[in-house]
Ligand binder design. Structure first.
Ligand code: SF4
Length: 395
């Protein structure tokens, strides 16, 4: 099931303090310390006689007298999963709420810009070239409200490196405020062709930082075609070299579709010969969103039909002793020889399973599907019977 993360579900019971959107942390306790209430939205599951004072706003499952308080909203049963520590954006004029961070989720990803200097043919979040500096300002405001034990935070775009000096500043802020939280930045890597920029990111001294950088194929013309930018391959390779030179960990990402699957083995040979020092290689199934959906007929290939290339690429990388993962593939479709590389990587809010999965013996180990991929599925999807489970999982 796709989790609803935003919607125009607020019914105001009183005036807003201002029409300007604001960030707040969900709190379910009327006993919350008064010093914290100014940044908190009190979520009340049950009716009360009187609303306590001092909160930035109030979300009510049942209508009560709002008294003199501002920003009191009825949300009925919308966003049923909201809980202590979650962070939301309230837009009073649109009566809208967006859930930006879930304290109990391992899958928190922060969009810092929609701008990008690539234009990938399968981009799941097509770029928008408009000023959106408020997104990163908002993130700086949110970080002190996040739980110190947040396991991992994704930084995504667009292209986060287009933030310029704000990206190292953001990473430094995360290192200082949430030192136990792993940070994974999705970047096309091109901006790090400027060695000073790579050095600045390294100087943020984050203890657990990884840059996830897509690379498509071993030939510049292949990569440049996929990202629709001449010269991108050279810049990306120089970016990877500079990041590694300054000690920043790098993950290579290869999204597999009809235009790229044949390049898997040469890509793996190129990486094993020239980039063996990268920290992780992720071979990824296609998410049918954005341009991937509009270019679907050109990009779709049943994953069953590229298992040969996938197995060959994985084996080249493993023989080079590289750390390899396969993301976004279902176990019943994957060749058993690469089952040990399959990881559950689809964010919980957009992950689903189909009816075939109900009686499947490997469901708990299987990553399932993107909710957006419902309309195009492999012909190989089929429940794995008990008798085959140990063979498949142990392969
Ligand atoms: S049938 Fe089993 S292996 Fe196939 S997608 Fe569903 S849970 Fe995964």
């Amino acid at each position: 099931m796709l989790l609803q993360l935003h919607g125009r579900d607020l019914r105001p019971l009183t005036r807003a303090r201002s029409g300007v959107p604001f960030i707040a942390q969900i709190c379910t306790s009327v006993e919350s310390a008064e010093s914290r209430r100014g940044k908190q939205l009190l979520l009340l599951e049950r009716a009360v006689d009187r609303l306590p004072s001092g909160f930035r706003g109030y979300l009510l499952r049942h209508a009560v007298d709002p008294g003199e308080h501002s920003d009191v909203y009825l949300i009925d049963q919308a966003f049923p999963y909201l809980d202590d520590g979650d962070i939301v954006r309230v837009e009073p004029e649109r009566c809208a709420l967006a859930v930006l961070y879930r304290a109990r989720s391992a899958y928190n990803s922060m969009l810092v810009t929609e701008r990008c200097d690539n234009y990938c043919i399968m981009c799941s979040q097509p770029p928008k070239q408009r000023a959106d500096g408020w997104l990163v300002d908002e993130l700086f405001e949110m970080i002190p409200l996040m739980a110190p034990d947040t396991p991992e935070l994704g930084i995504t775009g667009g292209e986060p490196a287009l933030l310029g000096g704000q990206l190292p500043a953001l990473v430094r802020c995360l290192a200082t405020t949430l030192p136990q939280t792993a940070v994974h930045v999705l970047s096309n890597g091109r901006a790090f062709a400027d060695e000073a920029f790579a050095r600045a990111l390294a100087a943020a001294q984050h203890p657990d930082l990884m840059l996830g950088i897509p690379l498509y194929g071993a030939l510049p013309e292949h990569h440049d075609y996929i990202v629709q930018r001449r010269g991108a391959f050279d810049e990306t390779i120089r970016g990877i070299l500079n990041l590694k030179r300054h000690g920043v960990r790098v993950e290579l990402r290869f999204v597999i579709h009809a235009e790229t699957h044949a390049w898997l083995p040469p890509f793996a040979r190129f990486v094993a010969r020239n980039l063996v020092f990268v920290d992780h290689v992720a071979l990824m199934g296609l998410e049918l969103m954005g341009f991937a959906r509009s270019n679907l007929d050109a990009l779709w290939i049943d994953p069953i039909d590229y298992q040969h290339e996938l197995v060959e690429a994985a084996s080249i990388l493993e023989r080079a002793r590289m750390f390899v993962s396969i993301y976004n593939h279902q176990l019943c479709v994957l060749d058993p020889r690469v089952h040990h590389l399959a990881r559950r990587a689809i964010s919980d809010w957009k992950n689903r399973y189909f009816e075939e999965c109900d009686n499947c013996s490997v469901r708990t180990a299987c990553g399932g599907f993107f909710a957006s991929n419902s309309h195009r599925r492999s012909r190989g999807i089929a429940a794995v019977p008990d008798t085959q489970a140990s063979k498949l999982q142990g392969a």
